[in-house]
Design a protein around this ligand. Structure first.
Ligand SMILES: [Zn+2]
Length: 471
């Protein structure tokens, strides 16, 4: 998968690297913390700063987009190719950041970028400003070495301002602007790679369904001597539900739950198995003493490619000091399900609802409330656009690129659904970058690789699109 790097691209990047890093540092000085209402003005300033920088980069269109209900603004930019056959690519990232303060234990001020030992330390350096920003120098390098005046693809950028707050208005935003966002391929630059010496391309993320189950038994707590053993106990029934959630192989026991699940291919299992995975190191990050999960699958397969049911909380009855001999009146469960490609949010909800209703005895009333949900997404390994991303990364790193998935869930699936386009991931962050943690940083050499991959990608995509090599 590796092809030779382009020394002209590397020279261009090296020449412009200092100014690029100065610009990135300016952006990182804007504390665009979306969770803090007191910093809404900073999020806006960050959006305006980026729109201005994208115009300076050459994007003929760069706009600040408002979100519903006075939400925080996103940035949209567009640079048409001029080539009528060119595919359209939408790059997604976010310009808001997690909260950060020196008092949290940072070695230096989180909003005063510091470059040390080849790293830039600042909140947002990796998640996600650095990874959005590498595209600006990437497209300039692409133009410089191809001699083009516009990119080889119709290039669009959507950089949201509420990702770190759960993207509450993102679905509405992309539906409202679906026409202008229309794309053949979506590239997410908000993920990372396996390790510094193991460049990888992520191919999908799990989805999620969340619910709360409230169980009601007696109209009030009642005496367990007078009534216990003769009426249903909601706390017992909550525990029975939880106990029935998995079978002996730790598979989810809800009928229909696995319907449609896209199984791992033999090739994917082989590729995952080749990754240098250190299970004991992974366990120490997990602060756990042993692995446990669905029988017949490895740890990576379990977190990347298998659906799950998780009990997030269970409570009810008396929880104070000492004892209280009652049959409690109520008990509660909070459950979440991670979904993989092929599973449908609505069908999963129906399966859960039918299962809960069938499990409970007469005399227990229940209320089932579904809260957040995210669709899963997955791009097959042989998808030509995924191959383009892998080639671009391979050229930048001069190394064969491997494939991973993400166990978590993100707004990627909304883009996939609304725009009806495959979602691909291009990121250069590494696990040590400290996302959401103290001393967040980005490795400057990896950032330059991101610039380089971005510089190669547009030509590669256009070339393979134009030859009809697409699905
Ligand atoms: Zn992010």
């Amino acid at each position: 998968m590796t092809t030779s790097p382009d020394s002209a691209v590397r020279d261009f990047i090296a020449e412009h690297r200092p100014a690029f890093l100065d610009d990135l540092a300016d952006w990182l000085r804007i504390p665009s913390v979306s969770a803090d209402p007191g910093r809404a003005g900073e999020v806006r300033r960050s959006a305006e700063w980026l729109a201005g920088k994208l115009r300076a980069t050459g994007f003929p269109v760069a706009e600040v987009w408002e979100t519903e209900d006075g939400g925080l603004p996103a940035v949209f930019a567009e640079w048409p190719s001029g080539d009528p056959a060119a595919p359209t690519v939408l790059v997604y990232g976010h310009h808001d950041v997690q909260p950060a303060a020196l008092a949290d234990g940072w070695a230096t001020e989180p909003f005063e970028p510091v470059v040390k030992d080849g790293r830039m330390f600042a909140r947002g350096a990796a998640d996600d400003k650095g990874q959005v920003f590498f595209h600006t120098l990437g497209v300039r390098a692409h133009l410089a070495v191809t001699g083009r005046s516009a990119p080889a693809v119709n290039l669009k950028l959507l950089v949201e301002g509420e990702e770190e707050s759960g993207s509450p208005h993102f679905g509405a935003l992309i539906r409202a602007h679906a026409e202008r966002l229309a794309a053949d391929v979506v590239i997410i630059s908000d993920t990372g790679m396996w390790a510094e010496d193991t460049p990888t391309v992520c191919t999908g993320m799990r989805g999620m369904v969340e619910c709360q189950i409230d169980l009601a038994g007696p109209g009030q707590d009642i005496h367990s001597g007078s009534f216990g053993g003769a009426v249903p106990n909601p706390a017992t029934e909550a525990a029975r539900l939880v106990a029935a959630l998995h079978d002996a192989d730790r598979r989810v026991a809800i009928p229909g739950f696995y319907d449609g699940v896209v199984e791992l291919t033999a090739r994917e299992r082989e590729l995952f198995a080749e990754l240098p995975f250190d299970e004991s190191a992974w366990l120490s990050v997990a602060k756990s003493r042993a692995t446990l999960g669905e029988r017949g699958f490895t740890t990576l397969e379990r977190v990347w490619a298998r659906p799950t049911a998780e009990v997030n909380g269970i409570y009810g009855g008396y929880t104070g000091p000492g004892g209280k001999t009652i049959v409690p009146s109520a008990a509660h469960l909070k459950l979440s399900f991670r979904l993989v490609a092929g599973q449908d949010v609505e069908k999963t909800r129906q399966a859960v609802a039918a299962w809960v209703a069938a499990q409970l005895p007469a005399g227990i009333r229940h209320e089932l409330t579904f809260t957040g949900a995210t669709r899963p997404c997955l791009t097959p390994l042989d998808h030509p656009a995924l191959q383009s991303v892998a080639r671009a990364m391979g050229r930048a790193f001069e190394q064969e690129v491997r494939f991973t998935r993400e166990g978590g869930s993100g707004p990627a699936a909304d883009l996939q659904e609304v725009l009806d386009a495959p979602v691909l991931f291009l990121g250069i962050s590494v696990p040590s970058d400290g996302w959401h943690s103290v001393n967040e940083k980005v490795e400057l050499d990896l950032l330059a690789k991101g610039v380089e991959a971005s510089a190669y990608l547009w030509s590669d995509l256009a070339e393979h699109w134009n030859t009809g090599d697409r699905s």
